[in-house]
Design a protein around this ligand. Structure first.
Ligand code: RIB
Length: 293
């Protein structure tokens, strides 16, 4: 069984579904409010667990009802929360999502996720050093991400950096990561002086640029390779990137080839967008295998 440690954010998503996204200064009437578990870190942990990995989550929630909801959700999804800290004097992270016109827009209020410190990472050192792969995103402090990068690199533990949302990613993390999984916007933010092709060429079997339903790109040492995605009817794309990352990590940890791992990740992501909520459509292992035929 693949052993995965996710260091990252856990939040409650407050999603409003509306026909139209309001312009600045405008008010629109929405149709529905939905509260669900989210946060890029928690999403990736839950997705990997549903795909059959042994997952430990390292992060923080506050001592409030949203924090309790997140803990309950992790338990229901068999994620190990021994290193999920409950912290005082803050609120649990929230993400404020508008789902309209076929896409989402998100404002994240990190709250307790800002407490994911180097000390919190050190507390989980044994799990991290025993992992097949460690995953991190950019909804926790950048100095903690840099610290995790050094720790993983110095012990030859594979680190997958999902550089989302866009932040000033420390160059050491880019160097220390085994895999980096931006979309095209995030890729140009982390490689600002390079074209997409140059960035891929300089990072063979390391940089994977996701393109939604079009699939993903990587460089195999000879040329840029496109692994096609799957065209499905999307209901909600929130969390699709998280599902892709988790599925790729699970497949790589199970020693699937690079291209096979991306295909597996594309399939999991295609299934995830067919239901509402970041975690609502995250598939089980069997669902992905049946989808791939
Ligand atoms: O990647 C999707 C996630 O981003 C949402 O669940 C929301 O919490 C935001 O952090």
């Amino acid at each position: 069984m693949a052993k995965i440690v996710v260091v990252g954010s856990a939040s409650i998503d407050l999603t409003v579904i509306a026909d139209k996204r309001p312009n600045a200064g405008e008010t629109v009437i929405g149709q529905q409010l939905m509260l669900s578990s989210g946060g890029k870190g928690a999403n990736q942990a839950v997705a990997a667990a549903r795909l059959g990995a042994d997952v430990t989550f390292v992060g923080c929630v506050a001592n409030d009802s949203y924090g309790n909801d997140i803990i309950e959700n992790f338990k229901q999804n068999n994620v190990n929360i021994e290193h999920l800290a409950k912290v005082e004097n803050t609120t649990t992270g929230t993400a404020h999502i508008i789902l309209a016109e076929g896409d989402n827009s998100i404002v994240v209020v990190p709250g307790a996720n800002l407490n994911v410190s180097c000390q919190i990472i050190d507390n989980a050192r044994d799990e991290i050093l025993n992992a097949d792969i460690v995953m991190v995103q950019q909804e926790i402090p950048l100095d903690s991400i840099a610290y995790l990068g050094e720790l993983c690199h110095s012990h030859q533990i594979q680190l997958l950096l999902n550089p989302a949302p866009i932040q000033a990613t420390p160059s050491s993390v880019i160097a220390n990561a085994a895999f980096i999984t931006p979309n095209e916007h995030e890729a140009s933010a982390i490689f600002p002086t390079m074209s997409l092709n140059q960035a891929l060429q300089n990072n063979p079997h390391k940089l994977i640029v996701t393109q939604g339903s079009a699939g993903a790109l990587y460089h195999d040492g000879q040329e840029v390779v496109t692994v096609d995605g799957f065209k499905v009817q999307a209901v909600d794309t929130t969390g699709a990137g998280d599902t892709f990352n988790a599925a790729f990590a699970v497949a790589i940890a199970e020693k699937k080839s690079f291209a096979e791992s991306i295909k597996f990740a594309n399939a999991a992501a295609a299934l995830s967008v067919q239901k509402l909520g970041a975690q609502g459509g995250m598939p089980s292992r069997t669902e992905v295998e049946e989808f791939l035929g």
